[in-house]
Design a protein around this ligand. Structure first.
Ligand code: GAP
Length: 438
């Protein structure tokens, strides 16, 4: 449920412009699930590609992988999720609404019915189950993974044996995770199906604290490269009573959303917890042979665990702006050009006199390197406003002067400044600007 005015406006823009739709919309939706539309998927893919570039392909010390969502149930027994992955739940005895105990004040009345009559808190396991196999009799119950991390831990040996990585090194993956959350909401913030970008960094145990320090700073700075306002980002250290069952220490990267400061990513010291558990439960020796000391060591793990959907929500919240222009409201998404779904929109001023053909030729050239959008309907002012809401950083107008001097107008989304450049220089102009903007 969204109770925040700014969030309401953002949700409405996301639907209007095709970023995010409620899932199963024509059937009334399904609580806490969302579908990414044409612009949303481009934005999400841009974020994932930048993460993959910065965490995997541009580094020598991290490799990627993609594990199955379905895993042997023993994985979740070993990882502790079957016994420990709980949230405290309370019910309102009057209206039967359910809440996470740590999300409400039990000394106050139920926010849904206004009566104070709570059950005692009980532990609720967050894992979703399904039947695996063709018939109910022969199938077995398995879990939908609640984090992608375990797919990495159970492949530790496969990766070191095949890629000859040695500590300090990391394994990264991006993928869906599922949690039967007690309370969902705030749009993309907490849902039951979401995507994670996780990286497990394997280090010698006595080097854990220096790597935790390194990763918490690296990951904090990464969000600024997406164009997010640094004043709305902070790092927060977990108190002992907040730590997950596997973590010895943890920092959260938090963002100041319209509904308050909340977690974007956790950077945790998982120690040897996971490899030790899987070693004991599988009977396999999950160690690395250090040929210098001639010893087998079990590496400790520093984890960076980020939410794709929360990052999407962050960049959208951060980019949302309203302003008055000549007495009229202008809504725009000041998305960083690197993540904007459409980099450039092309507008023939009118739909005749060769202007559409010239615009078509420009599009053909630009689509080789940029995501583009062609719009020839409505007044030019209306076309600009539609692209402002889509977060498109540059607009190109082909007009009558183009016929004489082969120049076009480039309009900048944020300050609405316009400049005249030649058609030949557009590609270079855009490449320079998209890469230059801080
Ligand atoms: N492997 C560690 C782990 O999963 P977590 O703090 O439970 O740690 C990591 O989750 C990140 O996954 C969170 O910081 C958040 O960005 C995202 N996340 C977790 N639960 C979520 C949910 N229900 N909806 C959307 N994103 C979620």
């Amino acid at each position: 449920m969204i109770k925040n005015k700014t969030m309401d406006k953002l949700v409405s823009l996301c639907k209007r412009r095709g970023f995010i739709f409620p899932s199963s919309d024509i059937y009334g939706g399904l609580e806490a699930t969302n579908d990414y539309g044409p612009l949303g998927i481009e934005l999400k893919n841009n974020i994932k590609s930048l993460w993959w570039r910065d965490m995997v392909t541009s580094r020598k010390d991290i490799v990627g992988m993609d594990a199955s969502i379905f895993m042997n149930s023993k994985v979740w027994e070993a990882s502790g999720h079957v016994n420990e992955f709980h949230d405290p739940l309370v019910d309102c005895k009057n209206c039967k609404s359910r809440f996470r105990e740590d999300h409400i004040d039990l000394n106050k009345n139920c926010p849904d019915c206004g009566i104070r009559d709570w059950t005692n808190p009980k532990q609720f396991n967050l894992m979703l189950k399904t039947q695996y196999g063709p018939s109910e009799e022969s199938s077995s119950t398995i879990y939908l993974r609640p984090e992608t991390a375990q797919g990495i831990f159970v492949n530790f040996l496969n990766v070191i044996n095949s890629s000859r990585m040695k500590p300090p090194f990391g394994i990264a993956q991006i993928g869906k995770a599922f949690r039967n959350e007690i309370t969902t909401g705030n749009f993309l913030f907490r849902s039951r199906e979401f995507e994670q970008m996780e990286m497990e960094f394997f280090v010698k145990p006595d080097e854990t604290s220096e790597w935790l320090e390194y990763w918490k700073n690296f990951r904090f700075d990464w969000y600024k490269t997406l164009g997010i306002d640094g004043k709305k980002l902070r790092l927060r250290s977990h108190k002992n009573n907040e730590l997950a069952h596997y973590a010895a220490a943890c920092y959260d990267v938090e963002y100041e959303f319209p509904f308050g400061w909340s977690e974007l990513e956790g950077i945790a010291d998982r120690g040897v917890y996971d490899l030790k558990q899987h070693s004991q439960h599988s009977g396999k020796k999950l160690t690395w042979f250090d040929s210098i000391t001639n010893k087998h060591i079990m590496p400790a793990v520093v984890e960076s665990s980020a939410g794709v959907d929360r990052t999407v929500l962050t960049v959208l919240s951060d980019a949302y702006h309203e302003e008055k222009v000549n007495g009229e409201e202008r809504i725009l998404l000041k998305l960083h050009p690197r993540i904007a779904p459409i980099k450039v929109a092309i507008f023939p001023l009118i739909n005749k006199n060769e202007l559409p053909e010239i615009a078509d030729n420009i599009i053909k050239e630009l689509t080789k390197n940029f995501s583009t959008f062609y719009d020839s309907t409505g007044s030019i002012g209306k076309r600009y406003r539609r692209q402002d809401e889509a977060g498109t950083p540059y607009g190109i107008t082909v007009d009558y002067d183009t016929l004489n001097d082969s120049s076009i107008t480039v309009r900048h989304r944020d300050n609405m400044n316009q400049e005249r450049i030649s058609i030949d220089s557009i590609s270079k102009y855009l490449a320079d600007h998209i890469n230059k903007v801080e």
